[in-house]
Design a protein. Sequence first.
Lengths: 601, 435
Amino acid sequence: METVTLTIDGRPIAVPKGRTVLQAAIEAGISVPYYCYHPGISIDGSCRVCIVKIDKMPKLQTSCSTVCTDGMVVHTQAPDVVEARAGVFEFLLVNHPLDCPVCDKGGECPLQDFSYTFGPAESRMDFPRRVFDGEGVKADVDFGPTLMLNRNRCILCTRCVRFMKEIDGDAQIGIVDRGHGSEIATFQEQGVHSLLSGNLMDVCPVGAILTRDYRFKSRPWDNPAVVDTVCTFCSKGCNTSAWLKGKPEWAKGSRLIRMTPRYNPDVNGYWMCDIGRFNYHWIEGDQRLRRPMLRNGAALEPSAWHDVQSRLRDRLQAAGTTGTSAVQFLVSAHASVEEFFVLKQLLDGVLGNDGMAATTVTWTSSEKPQPDGAKLKVSKANAPNINGARDLGFHVGAGNEGAPDLSRLRAAVENGQVKAVYVIDPGPDGSLGDVSWLIAARQNGTLPLLVVQGVLMTELAAAADIVLAGAAYVEKDAMYVNDQGRLQAASLAVAPPGEALDDWRILVNLGRSLGLTLPYDSAEDVRRTLAAAMPGTPYAEADRQVFTRPVPARNWLQASNPSERWKWDFLYQDLPPVKGHSVQMEGIPAPIAVIPLKPVG
Amino acid sequence: MAYEPILTSQIDQPGSSTLDFYVQRRRGYEGLRKALTLQPNDLIEQVKASGLRGRGGAGFPTGLKWQFVLKDTPKPKYICCNADESEPGTFKDHVLMERNPHLLIEGCAISCYAIGAKVAYIYIRGEFYHVQQILEAEIEKAYKAGFLGKNILGTGFDCDVFVHRGAGAYEAGEETALIESLEGKRAQPRIKPPFPAVAGLYQCPTAVNNVETLCNVPLIVLNGPEWFSAIGPEKNGGPKLFCISGHVKKPGVYEAPMSTTLRELVYDYAGGMLDDRPFKAIIPGGSSVPLLLPDQLDTPASFDGVQKAGSLLGSAGLIVLNDTVCMVWLAMNLLHFYRHESCGKCTPCREGTNWLSQLLERIESGEGRPKDLDLLFGVSNNIVGKTLCAFGDAAATPVLSTMKLFRAEYEAHVREGRCTLPAEWRAKHPVFAGH
């Protein structure tokens, strides 16, 4: 790769040809502020805060729009740069309401951070501020089904305008009016209607665009930990970050507070869709299964795992003696690679060569209408691991676009040939597709035994004889294979609730109770065996996948988004210690136990 | 005043805008006929040799601009004629298009041939409804006469000229904003580079030229570059239109060589000061340039001459001010304009023009505080040089220039808590009427 070498603040820096001065500075950890620049969208050059002095150029230049050349000498801290930059910051705050205490962006706001660092200590503005829709949070107006807009806070960086035009492919946001009356708007105030709308809160450098989901729910210092995970709502496998609340007792005990995209140039870039972003409440919702249950007459009763396991073994063994295909497995493609691998060993061990034939993998597909020009296309298949299931030998048909075929299983169940169906579904409600026939078969007695290993008290689980509480995708270290065939690791963010167990463990326990030797004590054991079993495939890397633990949020962008990493050095350095909950807090230094006293006299 | 007008010759004659008049009385389209016998590069060399400088405001050599237009590209090239004449005090292109439109049309065709374009767009100011009608009617006649369209004059050269009327934004006169507007977007400037010569209209190589500039092109081709450069001082050759407005007896558009002094323009061409009141100051180049004082009236009205005197010739819109003009009011008046016309794209201009306007209103109304003067100066300086296009500098100039030359008036306003130079005529024309 061709590189050029320039000097920024006396430091020689080599960057690939074509990089702008701002990108070079960011990558070298030199702080230059910016608002209209965003690495994922086009360059606008309008906010003017990234101005720097470049030798041999007559005026101060915007670093975002100046391409590095060999021998260029750049100054970001020269007195005239410092003064000019402070002047632009003063302008930016002339009409900004400074309602940081009630603004959801407060604490993670580039306008706040950079103004503190680069802006003047006080403003000379003494005229009333410009107001668009009212004062304070009353100025928050509807901006489509997922968003709220506060025009008073807007600094007109036009990142949202360019995001919609370039990434979403449908330029729904524009600027109306002119000059100091310019405002962000949509046609006839219709708001933003897009599958990618949530990204607008991420690109907005102030609290002007907020998601309804996160608005008023938390503050940055209340979500001190972040986990790298992978979204499992479709086969795209966007890399995401799960944010954890430090004081779950303030939020009905829930710890997941939001999902944000994590930069991966090969999968999702800087973006994720609204389905993955907003559809996480079920994980800690009221329908969540917290312990295994056994049917006692009309009711399902919570039971201890050892009781459940022995009942499960007995009933399955009883059913299994009636014929080779008497026990059938219905597995959601939300199951992870580890789970499919253990299940395969279980099936091979118990049913031999009939094992795979006794298993049906299922998922749903749906059209997600997006503009033709959309840069982030959401996949049709609503499951993360169809390719993983195929690679491990399960029958899933060709391609991710195909639909699962449940007709054979359904016919067998409705003909009374099947004595037991064992369902594995770590996904959200509905991820199995239409299973009303299965519920009906159990209720009218055609199917004598229904076992559901899942995470939610769905209608299917409510009809089951035995319910096994498993783990959802953020509750375990697990791997999924996306529609590019890419093996990705999703880390444990929150522990499974109550007595719920990791799904691979439930299957191992079942196998052992049936007399098999499944020598796994941890998910790593499973991955190690998998890696050894499939040399020469991407799975050979299974034991080297990196799973992270919750890390202090300040490390999050440092690790995942090199273009913004330095920004986070400013954040979270003086957080109060968080006590009394189960979130691991590795990496945050322990508070000083004793405050040294000043000598008196 | 021995100078015989060239660009504006016979414009007072009936039917001066028609094709017949142009062909019969003005040697119309002879320049095009001659140009099409030359190689495009020779044409560019001729324009370079003539020393023609852009008449829109910056005075950039036109031949050089054409030379910069990217040659080796499969993309089409374009001429954009900047007819978005919106600078306060400027009304010269209006006259040319209204009274001598074929000169512009011929200029467009020759320019297209010179840079290898096949299409010229005339981007006309939103308020010029009737000029658009005249232009379109005359363009149609030019098509019928074979001066535009396919195979012009049998030479195989094709050229189309289209008129596009803007939506009434001053900023659309900035060349990249003009291109954006022509593409159907908001009239907001682009970051440069890339310059229009490399990536202009539809990202294709484009030359953006002022109306008066293009009108001079047929004359250069017809009469030769030496003839052209001999009119007026060195490096400031050619006929020039001056728009004289303000406190003079005969405001209007006057054509003169650039060797003419400001004094001659004000006292000879425009008939002297209105009501023979004393001359106080002049804005020599449209509202965006620094003022000049009485002792600078003998400055030649050329690009270099006015620049040497500390201002800019700009669009040659001379705004003459007599002793009844309050300079705080003047700055407020102009800032009202700039606040209204700021496109809002970049921060210093969007926020700064509004702030300056508010400050000036406060001082002019007598509510000003002593610290407001430093604030005014500081805010203006925070705009200058920090904006995307030249608008920011233009907007701050009236404030900085009046504060530099007439600071005592500002101080008197603050000290006495009132406008110290009220004028009856101002009451009749309130600044903020209509907005």
